[in-house]
Design a binder for this molecule. Structure first.
Ligand SMILES: Cc1cc2nc3c(=O)[nH]c(=O)nc-3n(C[C@H](O)[C@H](O)[C@H](O)COP(=O)(O)O)c2cc1C
Length: 169
């Protein structure tokens, strides 16, 4: 069985998280293929899906939303895990708590027409060059810290738990 690890990214950190999940799955003996969602053709060749997107304005990128609603909806009985890449760990205090609750807003927006085995919100990379001038101002007012906020241990542990659910240890 081939597992698709698919991603939608704007600036690359979601792709690197997908690659890390793919490496973790393969290390546990899972045949995982990492692909940009823009390059995934027919989904029928995959037995399970781990699909993620960068978060913009508390939603997935359009490519990711369309993939969930159109392509994954066709594979109803196969296991699906979702991951979102936002910036809770770049923020402080109430903003951090608000961003950490984003997962449920994302799930409501995606409205996946099938059961999801799990959904994780990871922090990614935030650089000033990614934001508009207004965005940089808001980020500064929120006490945001630019940088790479990815937690490799949390990503590896999640990949290992998926491998285990798929019957690999
Ligand atoms: C225009 C813009 C809007 C964003 N909106 C959110 C948001 O609403 N919530 C959040 O947690 N992160 C938000 N982020 C942060 C990104 O999700 C984060 O930087 C992520 O690592 C980007 O992934 P990528 O490198 O794969 O594009 C935003 C970033 C940009 C550039």
């Amino acid at each position: 069985m081939i597992v698709l690890v698919g991603y939608a990214t704007e600036h690359g950190s979601t792709r690197e998280i997908a690659q890390r999940i793919g490496s973790g799955l393969r290390a546990a003996g899972v045949d995982a293929h990492v692909r940009s969602l823009t390059d995934v053709g027919d989904v029928r060749g995959y037995g399970a899906f781990v699909v993620g997107s960068a978060v913009h304005d508390r939603s997935w990128l359009d490519t990711g939303r369309e993939f969930v609603r159109r392509d994954l909806a066709r594979t109803r009985s196969r296991p699906v895990w979702l991951f979102s890449v936002g910036m809770p760990d770049a923020l402080r205090g109430p903003w951090r708590r608000l961003a950490a609750t984003e997962a449920s807003a994302i799930e409501a927006d995606l409205a996946a027409p099938f059961p999801v085995r799990g959904h994780r919100l990871f922090s990614g990379v935030v650089g000033p060059e990614h934001l508009s001038r207004a965005g940089r101002l808001v980020f500064r007012l929120m006490g945001g810290r630019y940088g790479d906020h990815r937690d490799e241990g949390a990503i590896d542990a999640w990949a290992a738990s998926i491998a285990e659910e798929l019957g690999h240890r």
